[in-house]
Design a protein around this ligand. Structure first.
Ligand SMILES: O=P(O)(O)OC[C@H]1O[C@](O)(CO)[C@@H](O)[C@@H]1O
Length: 553
């Protein structure tokens, strides 16, 4: 039987479908002339301003989206997440990454236990350990200070920490705190990645950090064994205790590997891998590099955005607005892709991280109850810092397929440069592009304009831009540990909002399992063929041919 709520939601969806058909008759060129509309489509929160007037939305269609949010019970769903309800139903887990950055005074309960004291216990342990390593109180097997860290981990145990690491590299405070220290990441199970990660490093001064929620991920464990062999070869097996530590929810696995659980930093099953950067997964490597104070600011920033998300009314709530725009573009306008374009080199790893956050979360085709979703949900995400992207894939964005864009920029550069004789500072030069691109996409250039410019008739079609290509523009006051935390939480919550509206489970990832199972079969075959010359068998003709070619090489 169809419930009242479902009928209510269906009515809201129908109204939005009609609004989307009407959007075909509107051009951003005209919508952007409406001052009231432009003023209404701006939202802000401490240090952040979002202008979404270049979305193909009217004020009415935006109201319909807020109405849909009400009808699906978005605010209750957000509250359920913050309350520790087991909203990850396929795994029977709470979703509490927000607890990782909650202050000591907060109380967040799951299974009848307040998790905040445990979070702060781990944070205190991390502070103690990282302070010791940084000060030289914790030394390696030969008595030398451990100045270099190789953080082994993949997916959610890698992408978020690397995003934050890169975002803060040129921040004056973080960079001063990192003086004399190096942090490398080792993710790919490729001996080339191992060689790159340890290039120029000395085992005597290197700390290896194994980061894995499960401590079973094949790539991470082989890389961990490879790095352990490197330490043991140089310094002997006793050195492992001084040179290897771990981050995991599986402390038994850590011990079985040979790392003392005393030197392990735990987290919990209510932290999803891709939402784990504010757990020990990110805090340990980042505090080793930048010091615990900087990382505390990062956590405070994430918490600040959590509070905004939890309390601000939908109409002023940045993650809610961004999530609703995502739903509009994906489900109602049918755009299958979106681009994340930071005009800020420090954010070069934002798009790769958000790719995982979003695509592993919302790359789903069934609803929570297992029924077919029957609408387009999670889009393909990609991105690259501007202006590099302009000289790469923007041609397609301007004249090829339609890709909604999220432009992100920072008002104050971390490292301002102004050269005598140059008309603008280097940062202003970068920002000129940030302001120009959204307008080029929105307004385009008509054939008439081309003709007025005297463009030869046969070239007019090639030089015409239809425009009407949607984007949002975000300005961040400055990029520091606090605002990086805010930015991370903002994008995490956008994904969560979209998943809540679609009624899917944004917190499981069954889709990555099948490939892992098949890789096991191939591993078994390679072992048998290499050791006993066993024939390749049990695979389809194509895979058999490829495996034979590989084995003969
Ligand atoms: O931290 P682990 O357990 O090594 O897992 C790494 C990653 O693998 C996945 O399970 C699948 O890619 C991710 O969700 C996770 O972040």
């Amino acid at each position: 039987m169809v419930s009242v709520v479902e009928t209510d939601v269906a009515a809201a969806l129908d109204a939005l479908k009609n609004a989307a058909s009407a959007a075909d008759d509107m051009h951003l060129r005209d919508l952007l002339m409406d001052e009231d509309r432009c003023a209404a489509m701006v939202a802000s929160h401490t240090g952040f301003l979002l202008d979404y007037s270049r979305q193909r939305l009217t004020k009415d269609s935006m109201s319909l989206l807020f109405d849909l949010a009400r009808r699906v019970g978005l605010s209750d769903k957000i509250a359920a997440m913050f309350n520790g309800d087991k909203i990850n139903t396929t795994e029977g887990r709470s979703v509490l990454h927000v607890a990782l950055r909650a202050p000591k005074t907060a109380s967040i309960t799951t299974d009848g236990t307040d998790v905040v004291p445990a979070v702060h216990e781990v944070l205190d342990k991390i502070k103690g350990f990282t302070d010791k390593v940084r000060s030289g109180a914790w030394v390696g097997a030969t008595g030398k200070t451990l100045t270099d860290v190789v953080a082994i981990g993949i997916g959610g145990s890698y992408l978020g920490p690397e995003f934050v690491f890169e975002a803060l590299r040129m921040d004056p405070k973080a960079s001063a705190a990192a003086s004399g220290r190096r942090l490398r990441f080792l993710a790919n199970v490729d001996p080339v990645d191992v060689a790159r990660a340890r290039e120029g490093l000395n085992p005597e001064t290197t700390l290896v950090l194994v980061i894995s929620k499960t401590f079973t991920t094949a790539e991470t464990m082989l890389n961990a064994r490879t790095m352990r062999a490197w330490i043991v070869k140089a310094l002997g097996s006793d050195a492992v205790a001084k040179h290897m530590v771990a981050v995991s929810t599986n402390l038994k696995g850590v011990e079985a590997f040979g790392i003392n659980p005393e030197n392990a930093f735990g987290f919990w099953d209510w932290v999803g891998g891709r939402y784990s950067v504010s757990s020990a997964v990110g805090v340990v490597p980042l505090a080793l590099q930048y010091g615990f104070d900087v990382v505390s600011n990062f956590l405070a920033g994430a918490h600040d955005m959590d509070e905004h998300f939890k309390t601000a009314p939908a109409e002023q709530n940045l993650p809610v607005i961004m999530g609703l725009i995502g739903v509009w573009n994906s489900t109602f306008l049918g755009y299958s892709t979106r681009a994340l374009l930071p005009y800020q080199q420090a954010l070069l790893k934002l798009a790769p991280h958000i790719q995982q956050v979003d695509m592993e979360s919302n790359g789903k085709r069934v609803r929570l109850d297992g029924s077919e979703l029957n609408m387009e949900a999670g889009p393909i995400n990609f991105g690259e810092p501007g202006t590099n992207g302009q000289h790469s894939f923007y041609q397609l964005i301007h004249q090829g397929r339609l890709v909604p864009c999220d432009f992100v920029a920072v008002i104050k550069s971390q490292v301002p440069v102004s050269l005598p004789g140059e008309p603008v500072s280097n940062h202003d030069e970068l920002m000129s592009n940030f302001f120009a691109q959204p307008d080029a996409l929105a307004f385009g250039k008509s054939a008439e304009q081309c003709r007025v410019e005297g463009i030869r008739e046969e070239l007019v079609p090639h030089k015409t831009f239809r425009g009407n290509r949607p984007s949002s523009s975000m300005l961040i006051d400055e990029l520091n540990a606090f605002t990086v935390g805010q930015l991370l939480a903002l994008f995490e919550h956008r994904t969560v909002v979209e998943g809540f509206i679609w009624g899917i489970n944004s917190f499981d990832q069954w889709g990555v399992e099948l490939g892992k199972v098949l890789a096991k079969d191939v591993r078994t075959q390679l072992t048998a063929s290499r050791s006993d010359g066993a024939d390749v068998s049990g695979f389809n003709p194509s895979t058999t041919m490829l495996l034979k070619k590989y084995l003969s090489g």
